[in-house]
Design a binder for this molecule. Structure first.
Ligand code: F6P
Length: 352
């Protein structure tokens, strides 16, 4: 986020002589009129810093603000407060950096007359219309490194290590970290799995002399018979369901099925921390510059997007409302299967 913020400010100020105001904590700052001017000096030296100097929030939807009422919580539309704040600051256009929740709010604000350009940013990589979202590569890199390290204990102690990664209902982090780090089993929401098929894969490896396995599981992968494991419901949040815990459930189930000790690790917010990868820093620069160019050309209601190797613009209104998930029949999954990755959907006996 800092790298994107830096790119937007630098491109706006240096290239287009546009004044930039930053709002603190996302839409919360826009509703509450908490702002700070942003110039070259403010964003200098932040390209390697994770997070955002403005603060963030994934709870504040101006179109659905929870208020305490005698009969229980009720929701009010405070989007007019956003427009009023923007008008007070002389804001002509908003750059929204976020995932599908933030970009949906951006689209609704545009419909109310505020010019907006979106920058797709989430580690989940699930925003439709772009091949890759900002942040995904950094999270993927952390997950890959973690799995590399877990191999040490798995191999020397002859254990099954279950690694739970984030991603909500999309299996991108699990699939790609599994591919990158040599995950033996990859369990993702897009491919329902069975315990016996996962165990068969682990046992087949044992027969080949591999007395350990790495199972990479996406937090949104539904457990057979149990469904999605929910860690917490955050009342009032635009996306109230917080996932987490599937790794523990699956590791306990597997313990009864394989002759190895099974341990689990939840990578959690570690995946969202630290310094962004070079790929993400470069993507942030390209997205930020493209977003400012779009605004300078009078564009609005669009999101900058990476398609193939090109930066393009996608109309927010044309984007599907569903998240962009892994294609279970796509080339990446096929390649993973070809190199022996088990997805836990194989019929009994199919795992060699
Ligand atoms: O959407 C990004 C993400 O990190 C998901 O992968 C994860 O499920 C969720 O956010 C966690 O949200 P929070 O930080 O609010 O618990």
């Amino acid at each position: 986020m800092n790298a994107a913020l830096r790119a937007v400010v630098k491109a706006a100020v240096a290239r287009h002589d546009i004044r930039v105001t930053g709002f603190l904590d996302g839409f919360a700052g826009l509703m509450g009129d908490r702002a700070r001017p942003l110039g070259f000096d403010d964003v200098s030296g932040i390209v390697a810093l994770g997070g955002t100097l403005l603060g963030a929030s994934n709870r504040d939807d101006p179109f659905r603000v929870p208020t305490e009422q005698p009969g229980g919580p009720a929701y009010v539309d405070r989007s007019d407060a956003v427009l009023a704040t923007a008008a007070r600051h002389g804001i002509e256009a908003l750059v929204v950096v976020g995932g599908d929740g933030s970009l949906t709010i951006a689209r609704r604000l545009e419909a109310k007359g505020l010019a907006v350009v979106g920058i797709p940013k989430t580690i989940d990589n699930d925003v439709p219309g772009t091949d890759i979202t900002l942040g995904f590569d950094s999270a993927l890199t952390i997950a890959t490194e973690a799995i590399d390290r877990l191999h040490t204990t798995a191999a020397s102690h002859h254990r099954v290590m279950v690694v739970e990664v984030m991603g909500r209902q999309a299996g991108w982090i699990a699939l790609e970290a599994g591919l990158a780090a040599g995950g033996d089993v990859v369990l993702i929401p897009e491919i329902p799995f069975r315990y016996d098929a996962v165990a068969a894969g682990i046992l087949a490896r044992a027969r080949r002399g591999r007395r350990f396995s790495i199972v990479v599981i996406a937090e949104g992968a539904p457990c057979p018979g149990g469904g999605t494991v929910v860690r917490q419901i955050v009342a009032g949040s635009p996306e109230p369901v917080r996932l987490g815990g599937v790794g523990a459930v699956v590791s306990h189930a597997l313990e009864a099925l394989v002759p190895f000790e099974v341990r689990y690790v939840v990578l959690g917010h570690v995946q969202r921390g630290g310094s962004p990868t070079p790929f993400d820093r470069i993507l942030a620069a390209r997205f930020g510059a493209a977003a400012v160019s779009a605004l300078a050309e009078g564009g609005s209601g669009v999101m900058v997007a990476l398609r193939g190797s090109r930066i393009e613009r996608a109309r927010l209104a044309d984007l599907p409302s569903e998240p962009r998930c892994v294609d279970p029949l796509g080339e990446r999954v096929a390649a993973a299967r070809d190199i022996g990755t088990v997805f836990g959907d194989e019929p009994p006996g199919a795992v060699a």
